[in-house]
Design a protein around this ligand. Structure first.
Ligand code: MBD
Ligand code: FE
Length: 286
């Protein structure tokens, strides 16, 4: 029997996301001891407050301990943090941007995806029989003054029509639905792909345990992930969403913003959908 994306296991995608994060480094900020002490003290104080206010019992304390051990064993710290914490970090750090709104990166970005474009146009790597509605995504990258940014780089990655990401679910070609498009001399791009499905957080791991123990749902609305960059500009990390998705209003990762909503139209040739979305990049911070 061959393994397919439908055999995805939380512990496998978790291990992959953990390895990818450790590989990218960057986590080692040079944080002075005063700041570490202040942040750690305030987090611990917030935890202590919850324990006092709700008179947390020893069985509950032990449940927390065993759950946290499980998150580590499943490799799900990247998933947990990106779903329930990253949106506030993103908000605080990008509040000064005057161009596009961004949103969280999430746990499944892979750097250095293959360049698939020529003169701004390209098709994301996909299987010959890739499922899903064909989607032509076009736009232009400009600066705050409206000047086009020739050669801007658009990295795009998204789930397939069954909600699975290549490199994090088994059986998918390595770069399936991941690619880099270099905009043309006027900052324009045209990306051919398929519409992704909504994404369900794995239910068989520790994050899934929390979700079911709390009676929450496990869904993110369908989304395209993007990183848009150009020399001298702040890189934009964003996600774009589709109107009408049942979870646009209650994304488990709290990463939907009205500015990130697409407006797809039936394609002129009757084959799938076309959508136009432009990006405006801020000048490099500091
Ligand atoms: C995803 O696809 C995602 O984008 C986030 C933020 C968390 C989990 C899975
Ligand atoms: Fe995602």
């Amino acid at each position: 029997m061959t393994t397919t994306e439908f055999d995805a296991k939380a512990a496998d995608s978790g291990a992959g996301a953990t390895a990818a994060f450790l590989n990218k480094q960057g986590g080692a900020a040079e944080t002075p001891p005063e700041r570490v002490s202040q942040l750690a003290t305030e987090v611990l104080t917030a935890v202590h407050d919850v324990i006092r206010r709700h008179r947390v019992t020893y069985p509950e304390y032990d449940a927390l301990k065993s759950w946290m051990i499980g998150v580590g064993q499943d490799g799900e710290w990247p998933l947990f943090l990106d779903v329930w914490v990253e949106h506030v970090v993103e908000d605080v750090n990008n509040a000064h941007h005057k161009g596009n709104k961004g949103t969280i990166e999430g746990p499944y970005y892979v750097p250095d995806s293959p360049v698939v474009s020529e003169n701004g146009k390209g098709t994301l790597p996909q299987r010959a029989d890739e499922a899903g509605t064909p989607l032509l995504f076009a736009g232009q990258v400009r600066d705050l003054d409206g000047a086009p940014l020739p050669g801007a780089k658009i990295e795009i990655w998204h789930a397939d029509a069954h909600g699975f990401y290549s490199q994090y679910a088994p059986g998918l070609p390595e770069w399936n639905l991941r690619g880099t498009v270099v905009a043309d001399g006027e900052g324009r791009f045209e990306i051919t792909t398929v519409r992704p499905a909504p994404y369900m957080i794995p239910t068989d791991g520790s994050c899934g345990k929390l979700i079911s123990a709390a009676g929450w749902h496990a869904w993110r609305p369908a989304h395209l992930h993007l990183k848009v960059s150009a020399p001298g500009k702040d890189q934009l990390t964003a996600q774009l969403y589709f109107p009408g998705d049942a979870h646009n209003d209650d994304d488990i990762a709290s990463a939907v913003k009205p500015e990130l909503m697409l407006d797809p139209q039936p394609a002129a040739d009757g084959n799938g959908e076309t959508v136009v979305y432009d990006f405006v990049l801020d000048p490099e911070t500091r």
